[in-house]
Ligand binder design. Structure first.
Ligand code: NAP
Ligand code: 12T
Length: 333
């Protein structure tokens, strides 16, 4: 396949290039694209240095697949142009996710919905992806009525400049200097911020509402009750989630552990010993899986189950999931 990577100089685009390479995706020609700011810079693919091209000058009829991660407004403008030129688009932005005509896919969970695609396939939000991978086997076995979730999200979710801001603030503070605050709403180094994406009329943030809208769409269940709090923490790679479920039928922690131990894409690390659980930096970062630990019955609620879920937000939360979707598209050709 000829493949265009739109946003190739970004945090997600860079991971896309390296995952395409690692998984031996059948790439014929690859076109890294970005804005005029980065045109002419180079990126590395399969040991070769490639020049970054300008998205606004690119002819999408020369590629079969476009992996988009350059922001919602870029996808709004260029994804329809790409499909009109015969290119299939896997879109990582939130722009098309809630469109009922556009499949929103996590391959371990709802690959069947891919068959409805008309040229654009949406990749869900990072926090939604890792949660539904872990919840799908429980949902199928005993049903889920309600989900309470608090996220602990890495700065890489907000892109390259946010990664640099955490590093820069940390260095500044350790050197007794004032931290510069440009990308995040407050100081993120040595802090925790309960604001990701914009505030909505109901007092939730858009990042929180994405978890509601997207989880319902992926699990095809509009009755599912979801109550998220999305929080940014000073971690570079890997989102963590404390999830509290209310299931429809009773289930024990041991049964949940068993369900998850055979679930696709899930690794259970749940020893009741010091350190016997996954963390973002130690287990999840740079890995492909969704890691689950701290599985226990909720002592405050009948049919309540608690879980701790971590995964690499840039890989499974974005680039890897998009490439798994692309592999499934290839299988269907
Ligand atoms: P990033 O590090 O800031 O990178 C942004 C990329 O988009 C860069 O390559 C940038 O190119 C390119 N870009 C920006 N405006 C452009 C334009 N007008 N024309 C062409 N290219 C343009 O951000 P990121 O973390 O990689 O995220 C990129 C997008 O992916 C986000 O906006 C979001 O929509 C999506 N995303 C999704 C998830 C998820 O949960 N699935 C997670 C993270 C991000 P330049 O170098 O030229 O500026
Ligand atoms: N604002 O693709 O800031 O909907 O961590 C993913 C991550 C949007 C998205 C973040 C964001 C998305 C973030």
């Amino acid at each position: 396949m000829n493949v265009a990577v739109v946003g190739a100089t970004g945090a997600v685009g860079e991971a896309m290039l390296s995952i395409l390479e690692q998984r031996n995706f059948p790439v014929n020609e690859i076109f890294p694209l970005a804005s005029s700011r980065s045109a002419g810079k180079s990126v590395v693919f399969n040991g070769r240095s490639l020049e970054v091209g300008r998205l606004d000058e690119f002819d999408f009829s020369t590629v079969e697949l476009g992996l988009f991660s350059a922001g919602g407004s870029v996808s709004a403008e260029y994804a329809p142009k790409a499909t009109a030129a015969g290119c299939i688009v896997v879109d990582n932005t939130s722009y098309f996710r809630n469109d009922p005509e556009i499949p929103l896919i996590v391959p371990e969970v709802n690959l069947h919905a891919l068959d409805q695609h008309q040229g654009i396939i949406a990749n869900p939000n990072c926090s939604t992806i890792q949660m539904v991978v872990a919840l799908k086997p429980i949902y199928d076995a005993v049903g889920i009525h309600r989900i309470n979730v608090a996220t602990y999200q890495a700065v890489s979710g907000a892109g390259r400049r946010a990664i640099e801001e955490l590093a820069g603030q940390t260095a500044a503070l350790l050197n007794g200097k004032k931290p510069a605050i440009e990308v995040m709403p407050k100081q993120i180094a040595f802090n925790v911020i309960p604001e990701i994406d914009s505030f909505q009329d109901n007092g939730y943030t858009r990042e929180e509402m994405k978890m509601v809208w997207e989880t319902r769409k992926i699990l095809e269940d509009d009755t599912l009750m979801i109550n998220p709090t999305a929080v940014r923490v000073p971690v570079f790679y890997g989102h963590s989630e404390a999830v509290h479920l209310e299931t429809r039928d009773p289930v024990t922690a041991a049964e949940v552990r068993q369900l998850l131990s055979v679930a696709p894409g899930v690794t259970v690390i749940d020893d009741h010993t010091p350190g016997g659980y996954p963390t973002a930096v130690t287990e999840a970062a740079k890995q492909d899986g969704v890691f689950v630990g701290r599985i226990r019955e909720d002592i405050s609620c009948d049919r309540g189950i608690n879980l701790w879920i971590v995964s690499d937000n840039v890989r499974k939360g974005a680039a890897l999931n998009s490439i798994q979707i692309s592999e499934a598209l290839l299988d269907r050709m």
